[in-house]
Design a protein around this ligand. Structure first.
Ligand SMILES: [Zn+2]
Length: 607
């Protein structure tokens, strides 16, 4: 069964540019790296220090029967739907990690081999024996279809032991793994559905996978990726109207928050889900909420969602960006003005507080308020009353105040720029929103979502992303967070050819920070952030070593072998964050050997 145009090896040889972007199971070559043998060798047991490593990522062996017990306890305390969601997300994150590790470890691997490595990893880790029936994909066209049989599912064993045979599939964690792994490779959300399962009495499990927007009723599958029902799953695709049980369209504030009517909360990562949990917890109360986080992480979207899921949702949501209003106007904007208060105040008018009556007032960049405005805000919070500029009477207001800041308010207090009493009034229920680099698992979802969104908005048919564009986006540090990703995809959608994919030059066009980061980092062949997570260190170490020959001058340079060794050791120690064991792994040495070499070279510091 081939549903996507097939590419023969001869075609691929003729058209080299396509090699990175598409492939199918017919091209699978058992000898192509990473082989099962390669993968097996990347698993290292280090019983001396109580660690197991898979490509530099720490692993742990667990009894499947203990996992089965955990599953039963989760089911007892959370119920089936929540347990299924939780395990799906755990699996998703594992699949995502494995895809990242393989990409970094074997950057030149053929795409079909990388796809095939997923099932092998899955088998190596003891989850299932995977029998690929077929798969084909074309990253540029945005197509993917796969069908797999799973034998000996350990998850089914655990499930059947406690719950027997039922009517629903039960390989939740493994399905999540497949979704995470494949989505991380193609840079868009690929959803798998278990259509047969041992836990339903079938001899083996059968998995079908395709892009989220090709499934009908995909919200049902996607709802398991989201911890909270208000997180949108409608963003991805077809939906029979009225059947969605889990969608929430978020309307941005009419006043200041822009007019983009289809902003959606999108995410699956644990950092994102943790913030969503807190949001749901505080929404039904009247507590003041303070959102913290870098620019571009979506603070206004969270604030708006807080309002949408609160009892005040039928009342106004008024957003004010305090930094966007001149200091001389901020008081009259917030609190209103009485006629004759100053020259030109020919009419009385209410401020944002009054306009938000009964609803929610969102104060973005609250740290930029003047000390006078801070004092008035404090009073409004304390007394529930405001006074218009030039006014003589107090006006009672019932407003829930939600604030946000991208600076450290405690620091501002120390510098004398922010009132401590106001801080304690605002900081009743702080919610920290993580930067995008701490929720990389969400990048493929966000890419899918923005691709679809901007394709519709600009009436452009863009098929997907090239493999190198996917690589770049998955590895980029995103100093501007989600807003930056959003801008990159919008720009890419406009630059890309009709019916073609978004390629790297379509994304990083303006030559500013983004392009510079890309090129400076591309020296090693991969995009990389400097503060790479420890699990990325192994791949980096290998790349570091790959660069060494290029450092040597043919005629004998300034480098001595000793200097080279010291430089390498210093670099490895830095990448490993000073951890001697991790640095030793980067260099392919044992820990004592590395310690010896450091002592010998007098670099010191290590034991
Ligand atoms: Zn199953």
């Amino acid at each position: 069964m081939k549903t996507v145009q097939q590419v023969s090896l001869a075609d691929m040889a003729k058209d080299g540019s396509k090699i990175l972007n598409r492939g199918d199971s017919a091209q699978m070559n058992a000898g192509a790296a990473p082989t099962l043998d390669d993968l097996t060798r990347s698993l290292q047991f280090s019983p001396g220090d109580g660690r197991i490593w898979l490509n530099g990522q720490r692993m742990q062996l667990m009894h499947t029967s203990s996992l089965g017990n955990l599953r039963r306890e989760l089911m007892d305390s959370l119920g089936m739907e929540k347990t299924r969601g939780l395990l799906t997300r755990v699996g998703y994150s594992a699949g995502m990690r494995d895809a990242q590790l393989l990409r970094e470890r074997w950057p030149d691997a053929e795409p079909a081999a990388l796809f095939a490595a997923g099932p092998r990893m899955h088998a190596l880790e003891g989850a299932v024996k995977v029998e690929p029936l077929h798969f084909d994909f074309d990253v540029e066209r945005g197509t993917y279809h796969g069908e797999f049989l799973w034998h000996n599912s350990s998850e089914d064993e655990g499930h059947i032991a406690h719950f027997g045979i039922g009517t629903e599939p039960a390989c939740w964690m493994q399905t999540g793994y497949a979704i995470g792994y494949t989505s991380a490779l193609v840079g868009r959300l690929i959803v798998y559905r278990e259509v047969e399962c041992q836990s339903m009495g079938h001899r083996q499990c059968r998995l079908l996978g395709k892009p989220a927007d090709e499934w009908e009723d995909v919200e049902d599958d996607l709802s398991y990726l989201n911890a909270e029902a208000f997180v949108s799953t409608a963003a991805y695709g077809q939906r029979k109207s009225g059947t969605s049980k889990n969608t929430a369209v978020l309307f941005a504030a009419a006043a200041d928050g822009g007019t983009d009517q289809d902003k959606q909360m999108v995410g699956v990562s644990s950092a994102f889900n943790a913030a969503c949990h807190m949001l749901r917890r505080v929404a039904p109360t009247v507590a003041t909420v303070l959102f913290t986080g870098e620019s571009g992480v979506g603070k206004e979207m969270f604030a708006s969602m807080l309002h949408q899921i609160s009892p005040r949702k039928g009342q106004p949501f008024v957003a004010v960006n305090c930094a966007a209003i001149p200091e001389t106007l901020i008081e009259s904007e917030l609190f209103g003005v009485e006629r004759g208060a100053y020259t030109g105040a020919s009419e009385s008018r209410p401020g944002r507080f009054e306009r938000a009556a009964g609803g929610t007032l969102f104060l973005d960049e609250v740290a930029t308020l003047s000390m006078v405005a801070q004092g008035k805000l404090l009073r409004a919070l304390q007394e529930g009353e405001i006074e218009r500029v030039g006014g003589v009477r107090s006006i009672r207001v019932n407003v829930r105040v939600v604030a946000a800041t991208n600076v450290n308010l405690r620091e501002e207090i120390r510098e004398g720029r922010f009132r401590e009493d106001l801080f304690f009034r605002l900081n009743v229920f702080p919610i920290h929103l993580p930067p995008l680099r701490d929720r990389r698992d969400d990048i493929p979802l966000l890419m899918s979502y923005f691709l679809r969104h901007y394709g519709q908005k600009h009436q452009r048919r863009v098929t997907g992303f090239t493999a190198r564009a996917v690589d770049a986006l998955l590895g980029y540090a995103f100093p501007g967070n989600i807003r930056e990703l959003q801008n990159l995809v919008e720009r890419g959608t406009i630059f890309a050819n009709e019916d073609g994919p978004i390629d790297l030059p379509h994304l990083f066009t303006s030559g500013e920070e983004a392009a510079q980061s890309y090129f400076s980092l591309s020296v090693t062949g991969q995009l990389r952030q400097r503060d790479a997570a420890p699990e990325q260190a192994a791949g980096q170490g290998r790349q570091l070593l790959d660069m060494v020959p290029g450092l040597l001058n043919p005629g004998g340079g300034d480098w001595s072998l000793d200097q080279l060794e010291q430089t390498l050791i210093a670099a490895a120690m830095e990448q490993a964050g000073g951890n001697l064991s991790a640095a030793a792994r980067l260099l392919g040495l044992t820990r004592p050997t590395l310690a010896y070499r450091i002592r010998k070279s007098g670099q010191g510091g290590a034991d």
